[in-house]
Structures are given as C-alpha cells and as structure tokens.
Design a binder for this molecule. Sequence first.
Ligand SMILES: *Cc1c(COP(=O)(O)O)cnc(C)c1O
Length: 407
Amino acid sequence: MKTTTDRTTDAIALEDEHTAHNYHPLPVVVASGEGAWVTDVEGRRYLDCLAAYSAVNFGHGNPRLIAAAREQLDRITLTSRAFHNDRLGPFVTELAALCGKDMVLPMNTGAEAVESGIKVARAWGYRVKGVAPDAANIIVMTGNFHGRTTTIISFSDDPDAHDDFGPYTPGFRMVPYGDAAAVDAAIDENTVAVLVEPIQGEAGIVVPPVEFLPELRALTRERNVLLIADEIQSGLGRVGATFACELVGVVPDLYLLGKALGGGIVPVSAVVGDRDVLGVLQPGQHGSTFGGNPLGAAVGLEVVRMLATGEPQERARALGAHLQDRLVSLVGSGLVAVRGAGLWAGVDIDPAIATGREACEALMRRGVLAKDTHGPTIRLAPPIVVEQADLDWAVDQLEAVLAELRG
Ligand SMILES: *Cc1c(COP(=O)(O)O)cnc(C)c1O
C-alpha cells in the first residue's frame, strides 16, 4: 500500500521525468482549490499566496467565473476570427469602457500582448509618426519582465532569461527603471514607444518613485512617443485599483493586460488603446487562432463586470493596507525590507538567515505557498477573495518561519 508521502514523491517524479526542466517548483503537488486555498494530493491544505502570479486574483473556482465558463462550454468554445462570435462584442466593449479606451486587440498569453503592443507601436511609428523604414526604437527598463518570446527576452537584463537564446531582436534601448531623465535622454526621432511596468513584479514588486510615471507621461506626450503600460501582473485589481497607473494618475496610450483577465480559467490577454493607435492594424497584419475565442471572451467579460463594480479593487486596497502594516512590523526580525501596493507585497529575507527559496520551503511546511523571486525576495499575492483572518494567519506563519530561521 502506498503511503501518503509516496503520493507526493511519485507525482513529482512522474511530472519531472517528461517535463522540460524550465521551472523549479516547490515540492507540493496541488490537486484542487477553492477561494484562496488549495489542497495537495495528500489532503493537506495551503493558503495560496502566489495566486498563479496574479492570474487567480478572483480565487480558485470563483463561482461567477466558473458559471460563465460552464454556460459557454455548452454553447460554443472556438470559432476563430474568420467568423464573428456573439461573446467577443460584449467583451471588448466592456473592457474598453473599463480602460477608458476605444479598442481592444484580443490575444491569449501575456507575452503575446507584449509582442502585439510592440508591433502596434512600430506600425504606428512608420504609418503615423513617419519614422524611416526599419529605424524604430522602443525604450525599455532595467529589471524588466515582459515574457519569454525571443523578441521579449532580447531586451531582458536577466541572464537566465536572456543568455543562449540569441541572435536577439534589435530596436530596444534599456535605461534604468525609475529614471525619467534617462528616458528623456534616450528618446530620439525614431523612438516610437516607452514600454514600462508601472510596478515591476518579477523584479521583486519594485515600486518606482511616485513622480516617475507622471514624468514619463509628460515627456512621451511632448516627444510624440507612445507610453505602453505592461499591467499584465499589476492590473485588474491587485494593487487596490484597476490599474497601477491609476495610483499615480497616469493614463498610458496602450494597456497590456493578461493573467487575471482569464479569471484563472483560460489564457486571455489584450492590448487596449485608442483608435488613433490600435486603428493602424488592418486585416491580415496580425492575428491569433485562439485570440478573442468565445470561451475566453465569456470569462473575460465576467472578469470585467466584476471589476466594473469596484469591489475587488476596494477589497485589495483594504486588505493590502493591513498586510503592509503587519509586514512592516517584521522588518528587523528577519526581514530587511517590505515593498508593495495593494494586496501585492515583496519582502526581502535577511540573507544572513536564509535565501528566499529556503524561506518559501519553510512556509510551505507550515501551509503557506509563496514564491521567491530574485534571491532574497518573496512575493506575497494571495487571491483578493482571501479572508483577513487567513491573511493574518499567513503572516503569523511568516513570523514563525523567520523566528525558526534566526535560530
Ligand atoms: C507574466 C507577465 C508577462 C507574461 O505573461 P505570460 O502569460 O506568462 O506570457 C508579461 N508581463 C508581465 C509584467 C508579467 O508579469
């Protein structure tokens, strides 16, 4: 008879044997989930403090989203955009309204939204701004994370993401994140866009100086350059607002959305902007077999309707303020820094006591799933539906782990 521990070991061995080793997961095998909690193959419960990198903002098995998906599963799931479907219109109309924009380019994954934003910006540069053929450049930031395609990793400064995948796509200029003067200096007559994460997620929840995005907005407007905000992880409620840009009163030319847009059910991403920019695309110039599919559109529509009430944003704001307060009180007791916005926190573990990975393993043993990012940093981003008592319990576990590690 198999013991419960065999179940975990066997499941991991089976997955590892035939999966490319492009991830290093924590040794937990999740079998089901509800709300902010998941259960492993041995029946142990964990509070999910990663929420699939914010793709599960509305919780596992969110009843409204599951109902929307179920209903659509029984009608039709995929038509391709060779034909119209009756879910795409309502989805793009309400998503555009949520963003205060005219048009939506529906795609699937985040990286595709970024790629699409780059193509739109270049086409806008040549057709509207009048940049010379093939001369366009786009300004990007140090520490960026925009996905994993060959073009996107061409402008990553993370060696793991970048090295050995060349030759690289040209046309990008990197400047220090948070430095508007450096962006200003890098812009020339061929610059078509500045691509920025309003808060850098993978870099460790790095919040730029408050004046950074407003300064970028002013100088991109002045120099006739598009401002593209990658809100794939920061957007759709996580930071206590619909968009992280909103926290500093900035409206970009293009929003790149993904992750939570698919409700944790299907991949749904989008580029959202006004007609003067997104309108440059003509039939045949861009596309995706699955982009705008009725199942994704039905789920995305329900996500947009939930956000249109403002309730998830308000909940993330209130819970986030509480979380930040509690985390700040741990600085000096095993944490060296806490950053964040809304229900999104990056905490730096004192490197003298443990790595981020070791702290995550210790948290896992206590029933909290979190993910390290870049060495000493742990990211905390539970589903927004988390109960405050559960959130407090998770911070208690972190406090206990830090005490253990301090010895
Ligand atoms: C996750 C992420 C992406 C890429 O999304 P995928 O769906 O994994 O392709 C792009 N930008 C940011 C800011 C992200 O966090």
